[in-house]
Write a protein that binds this ligand. Structure first.
Ligand code: SF4
Ligand code: SF4
Length: 375
């Protein structure tokens, strides 16, 4: 295992995610505690010292299982991260009730890391609403020593993160984002990393293998990668990509079996960053996999739109929608836009198409998008 320095701490580059713990039953709450014990033992033996959980993971059982499992170790032998679940809007007014309950469930007196969970289009206005006093309360917990380091996680698009950081930025110490070689361009993870860098915030990574989607590729793509690094497994390429980014400190992996954990530990014995050529190969595969509308975000079109639509942002969402086969996040992101800024607001005047250097049939794409999103 290798480590990154953070405020005098040595954080393992691989973190133990608590969102996909092993299960022994059909329900998400059926966490296999005996297997989790074996995995935690193996993780600590392998040098992992960062454990991540959240109020909502496994219906609350992730916190309590990890609490019991980690209780077997001295408190200074691991770092524990938990999160405030404001993404469920009724929780916004409950921070004073939820935070102490999280300490109780996890059987600890303090969290080493505490995050404002899942800043996104659906909750940003509420997170920024001072009436809930969330930031003030968490800063008070930090002053009392119950939170050692405060950060946030975000699934929202870049403008949402910008709005969040304008208010919360001075108090944040790290930012956790969905970052992998597919989302580098698809979800503009590159722009998000640059934004965090502007605020001098190290990056914590979630979904490094995009929920397992990047562990198996088309046979021709796998063959191309094997030619470059015959001894590297396909999932390991995702970690090598992240090991090439100097801004990344902790890479969280939600592992569901001992085998997965052991595989990941092998990958993290040492960093093996990608060369520029290897990175370009990976990104070319990503572009093939996500081949949708070839918008380059040059923004030439935006000043031509009588409806003042953010055309490149809508096209990026469209590509994500197509790749993700719908999913939850994109419809939610579009829903959070005012009706006059959604794909359905396009007047099909086609004046944007006359300036687009990529000759994208923008009006047709937006009509298709609006149709797909229609109830
Ligand atoms: S076709 Fe739609 S997106 Fe393009 S300029 Fe007209 S209204 Fe705007
Ligand atoms: S002009 Fe074309 S490529 Fe440029 S941002 Fe608009 S749609 Fe994208």
């Amino acid at each position: 295992m290798f480590y990154h320095s953070f405020h005098g701490l040595k954080l393992s580059a691989l973190g133990f995610g608590g969102s996909r713990l092993p299960r022994n039953g059909p329900s998400d709450r059926d966490v296999d505690e005996a297997e989790t014990v074996r995995m935690a033992d193996c993780a600590l033996d392998g040098g992992i010292n960062y454990f991540d959980t959240a109020w909502g993971y496994h219906g609350g059982c992730s916190e309590s299982v990890l609490g019991r499992v980690l209780k077997r170790y001295s408190r200074d032998s691991f770092y524990l991260a938990d999160k405030f679940p404001g993404y469920d809007l009724p929780n916004m007014s409950r921070v004073r009730e939820i935070f102490p309950e999280q300490l109780r469930r996890c059987q600890v007196d303090y969290f080493d890391f505490y995050l404002i969970h899942n800043v996104c289009e659906a909750d940003i206005d509420t997170y920024l609403d001072p009436q809930y006093g969330i930031l003030d309360y968490l800063l008070e917990q930090k002053r009392l020593g119950r939170i050692r380091h405060l950060g946030f996680s975000a699934h929202g698009a870049l403008p949402v993160m910008e709005r969040f950081l304008e208010v919360y930025g001075p108090h944040m110490e790290f930012g956790q984002i969905q970052l992998n070689w597919l989302d580098w361009e698809l979800q503009d993870a590159r722009g998000k990393v640059a934004l965090l860098e502007r605020y001098h915030l190290p990056v914590w990574v979630m979904e490094p293998v995009r929920g397992g989607r990047l562990a198996r590729l088309a046979p021709e793509d796998e063959a191309e990668l094997r030619r470059l690094r015959p001894d590297e497994s396909i999932p390991a390429w995702s970690f090598r990509f992240l090991q090439s980014l100097p801004q990344v400190a902790v890479i969280l992996s939600g592992m569901s079996s001992l085998e997965q954990l052991q595989d990941n530990l092998r990958t993290f014995r040492a960093a093996r960053p990608l060369s520029a050529g290897e990175e370009e190969t990976l990104l070319s595969i990503a572009r093939r996999m996500t081949a949708g509308v070839p918008c380059t975000a040059c923004r030439y079109c935006t000043s031509h739109c009588p409806r003042e639509l953010d055309i490149p942002a809508l096209l990026m969402l469209y590509n994500d929608y197509i790749f993700s086969n719908g999913g939850l996040l994109v419809p939610r992101a579009v829903q959070s836009l005012p009706p006059e800024k959604r794909p359905s607001a396009c007047a099909a005047c086609r004046s944007c198409e006359q300036i687009c250097p990529q000759q994208i049939q923008i009006a047709d794409v937006l009509a298709d998008f609006a149709g797909k999103l229609a109830p």
